[in-house]
Design a binder for this molecule. Structure first.
Ligand SMILES: Nc1ncnc2c1ncn2[C@@H]1O[C@H](COP(=O)(O)OP(=O)(O)OP(=O)(O)O)[C@@H](O)[C@H]1O
Ligand SMILES: C[C@@](O)(CCO)CC(=O)[O-]
Ligand SMILES: [Mg+2]
Length: 381
């Protein structure tokens, strides 16, 4: 039996980091996906007693015998069941880390460890110790602010949950999951994100699961209906960073300066709410005026992200370069490098964008556009 699932990456238009501290944020799915194929072996297969994870883009394979998994992961200390997501305890995570270490991940790919631990936790929690081959491919850059970790968790939990749906009648193409399963897989994906992010807000897995554009505050989701065209250039600075470390850096700064940071988070909350209102507004204000307001909000948000300590000199280079062409940019996701968004107003000519892209790429950055606000998690039998 084979089940496929896919889940999109995302951009955060406003509110990253502050959202971890209770502020509102606005995010949208993009049409770049992580794909998961789950293959359950036949009794006669030679791999019928192994759990194998293939990361196709990286040409890496990790494999454990089911008996080794049973030996190391304490079955009785796992308080969750497939239908009641629970957090991975420190004790289980330590056991899982042992299984990951045994795989001798190449040193230059050691950043994959948290992803592989998350895989083992989600797989064994949802499907138990049953053998399978799980194949992952992704169109998203790893660790760059476009939600690769969330897309990985959402696509994986979608495939795992889909494998237990009784009606597996073959249908053409991708289909979405029902609300109950969406809610369930989103909760599991959030538990996975906790292993990778430490203290996630849940916005990344939620927008990847549900798709479209959302306003998110303390776990509360409002689906947004955009009433204006929204085009963004995405620039990947290719500066590697790690969301967990950046999130904990902001928390440490908040402990040191609670009052100042509270004001910063409040300001971000106002920005996100205003941005959501502009995007949804049906009044007579022209698109150009709306774009002017969005530009200004992005500029203020970037300044506040700077004050949280999550910008980077490569991000400053993108901001300075695009500003030369009268275009406004802000970091997206966790910052510290990674990806930067540049608003492409409707009136801006292709020549201006081409010139900006040429200059950005001369610094070694990679520029692309993506369609914003598409589908969330989908499955295919
Ligand atoms: N396709 C994948 N396969 C295995 N692990 C993955 C995959 N995608 C992401 N990961 C895991 O997620 C980590 C990157 O997550 P991280 O949260 O730091 O960045 P991001 O999700 O791309 O950006 P952001 O959180 O800012 O949106 C990787 O180091 C890896 O452990
Ligand atoms: C930096 C952060 O706000 C967004 C990362 O895409 C972390 C989170 O919300 O979990
Ligand atoms: Mg992430």
């Amino acid at each position: 039996m084979e089940v496929k699932a896919r889940a999109p990456g995302k951009i955060i238009l406003a509110g990253e980091h502050a959202v971890v501290h209770g502020s509102t944020a606005v995010a949208a799915a993009i049409d770049l996906y992580t794909y998961v194929t789950l293959r359950l072996p036949l009794q006669s297969d030679e791999n019928s007693d192994r759990l194998t994870l293939q990361l196709k883009d990286l040409s890496l394979e990790f494999s454990w015998s089911v008996s080794r998994l049973k030996e190391v992961i304490p079955n009785d200390s796992n308080t969750s069941s497939p239908s009641t997501p629970a957090s991975c305890s420190g004790e289980i995570l330590k056991s899982i880390a042992l299984l990951v270490e045994e795989q001798n991940i190449p040193e230059e790919k050691i950043w994959l460890s948290s992803g592989i631990s998350t895989f083992l936790w989600l797989y064994t929690s949802i499907r138990g110790f049953s053998p399978a081959t799980v194949i992952i491919t992704t169109e998203l850059p790893y660790g760059s602010g476009l939600g690769s970790s969330a897309a990985f968790c959402v696509a994986l939990t979608s495939a795992l949950i889909a494998s237990s749906i009784s009606d597996k009648t073959h249908r053409e193409g991708w289909c979405s999951l029902d609300e109950t399963n969406l809610e369930l897989l989103n909760k599991w994906a959030f538990e996975g994100e906790k292993i990778i992010h430490g203290k996630p807000s849940g916005i990344d897995n939620t927008v990847s699961a549900y798709g479209n554009m959302i306003k998110f505050c303390s776990g509360e989701i409002t689906r947004l209906q955009s009433n204006m065209p929204l085009r963004m250039l995405i620039t990947n600075t290719k500066v590697g960073r790690n969301t967990k470390a950046l999130v904990s850096g902001v928390s440490e700064r908040t402990v040191r300066h609670p009052d100042a940071m509270k004001s910063v988070f409040n300001a971000v909350d106002s920005i996100s709410k205003e941005l959501a209102a502009i995007i949804q507004s049906k009044d007579e204000v022209s698109v150009t005026e709306k774009e002017e307001s969005i530009k200004e909000l992005m500029e203020i948000n970037q300044g506040l992200l700077q004050s949280m300590g999550v910008s980077h000199s490569s991000i400053d280079t993108v901001i300075r370069t695009t500003l030369k062409h009268k275009l406004t940019s802000k970091l997206t996701g966790a910052g510290g490098g990674g990806c930067v968004l540049t608003l492409l107003p409707t009136v801006v000519s292709g020549t201006v964008v081409d010139k900006a892209v040429e200059e950005l790429e001369s610094y070694g950055f990679q520029c692309f556009t993506a369609s914003i606000g598409g589908n969330g998690a989908e499955i295919c039998f």
